[in-house]
Design a protein around this ligand. Structure first.
Ligand code: PHE
Length: 442
């Protein structure tokens, strides 16, 4: 018997989808990518892709999920009348599996950092925030693998117990608090010496930094940050009733996501000069810079500990959407299988994820393709599976658009927004995604 869950209110749906979107993508990955690919140039491309490609795609995932009200490996076939197109959803399943495996690496780092900061706070270790040695910490297998295991276990625990309704109350508190904390940090960094150089770095687009590679990374980042291309957002929308406002939800999420990414950038780049770091620091950027900034604030250790909890929460509300997608496709609307499936998938994620964690330590000598094991997993996910998944979904849904239009009543708006959206989904997005994807190969 099917016992499909549902969001109880529009707020619940918006909070959950915003929770899925806002996570490591905006907070951790955006600043580090912007640092690697030219600051303002990257921000500019990221904004362009997020608005022109991301928004139509997000509305599409929402519309189709809400319309189909089923797991994605049935949805595509149902919508198009062609069962083989369900294969598209399997790309998404694979994608989020890979993502969860390396997402949990960073989730683990947050937990390990939190452990250290707590120990400092209670004077168990007589060190200061500036003693947190990023490289030394993440190369310690015992710490990071334990952190990763805890992160996956927390995610699994939440998903096992059914849809993430319980998180609604927590989200209402944690998300605004995260915003407040980011603003406090930004106010601090902007007061540091040489802050304006950092601000200029983030906002001034230097055309010379725009190339095919950085474009592909910017496209991947805009998908990553909005949880697009994996059908994850379709899954969340499939738990939404037909009266939930998907267009405004999509817009809200988009704006919040951009705001958080820019704040994260502003929390870091203006501080670089003061602490003598380069923007190209890589994945450690946030973990290296923020403790130093917090140290300059009164009660910094306490605030940093609170910030890490908020950061962890943001990461968890994203990772549960990663696990949820696979769980929903393996339980096929039967909630009784949920705990077992969540457990099995989490275990598999852990097994695949451990080498990625160790690639910052004992396995760091293994370098190929895009770099370390971790880099390669990220590359395969962000730059290959996401674009391909997004391309395939736009083609399939573009094909079934008449059905979408009739059932969603999208065509009746006076502004003719549907027509514009239709042209984007059917013609513009597939061409843009394909172009960026192919051009980086040659
Ligand atoms: N958007 C999430 C983040 O930025 C990651 C994610 C991608 C979640 C795809 C679900 C699906 O952290």
């Amino acid at each position: 018997m099917s016992q499909r869950s549902q969001w109880k209110s529009s707020t619940g749906f918006i909070l959950a989808s915003a929770g899925s979107a806002i996570g490591l993508g905006a907070l951790w990955k955006f600043p580090y990518m912007a640092g690697m690919f030219g600051g303002g140039a990257f921000l500019f491309m990221f904004l362009a892709f997020t608005i022109l490609v991301g928004l139509p795609l997000l509305i599409m995932e929402f519309a189709v999920g809400q319309l189909g009200r089923t797991y994605t490996t049935e949805l595509f076939g149902q919508l198009t009348g062609r069962k083989w197109l369900n294969g598209i959803a399997w790309i998404g399943n694979l994608a989020v599996f890979v993502l969860f495996s390396f997402y949990s690496v960073i989730g683990g780092w947050i937990i390990v950092y939190f452990g250290f900061v707590l120990a400092q706070l209670f004077h168990i270790v007589p060190t200061h925030l500036h003693d947190l040695q990023f490289q030394a910490i993440i190369s310690q297998p015992l710490y990071v693998v334990t952190g990763q295991a805890i992160f996956i276990a927390l995610t699994c625990g939440i998903v096992m117990r059914g849809m993430q309704q319980g998180l609604e109350k927590a989200s209402k508190l944690m998300m605004p608090l995260l915003l407040v904390f980011l603003i406090i940090i930004v106010v601090k960094t902007l007061s540091l010496d040489g802050a304006m150089d950092g601000v200029r770095f983030l906002f001034q687009p230097r055309v010379s930094e725009i190339n095919m590679e950085s474009m592909l990374f910017a496209l991947g980042q805009s998908f990553f940050a909005l949880s697009l291309g994996t059908t994850g957002m379709m899954t969340y929308a499939s738990y939404a009733s037909t009266d939930m406002p998907i267009k405004t939800s999509a817009l809200t999420i988009l704006i919040m996501n951009i705001a958080i990414a820019i704040l994260a950038g502003l929390a870091i780049f203006p501080a670089l000069e003061t602490f003598g770091y380069q923007a190209k620091e890589g994945p450690g950027l946030l973990f290296i810079i923020l403790p130093l900034v917090f140290e300059k604030i009164q009660f910094g250790t306490l605030f940093y500990a609170i910030f890490l909890v908020l950061f962890l929460f943001a990461a968890l509300t994203s990772s549960i959407s990663l696990l949820e997608l696979n769980v929903s496709n393996f339980t096929r609307n039967n909630n009784r299988k949920r705990p077992t499936m969540a457990l099995i998938i989490s275990l598999a994620v852990f097994i695949v994820g451990v080498p990625a964690t160790l690639s910052f330590g004992p396995l760091s000598h293994i370098q190929f393709g895009a770099g370390s094991i971790f880099d390669n997993m990220d590359f395969v996910f962000s730059n290959i599976l996401l674009p391909i998944g997004a391309l395939a979904s736009t083609l399939a849904i573009g094909y079934a658009m008449e059905k979408v239009r009739l059932k969603t009543g999208f065509g009746n708006d006076p502004l003719k927004l549907f027509a514009i959206w239709y042209i984007f989904i059917r013609y513009i997005l597939p061409v843009v995604i394909l172009l960026v994807f192919i051009l980086q190969l040659v």
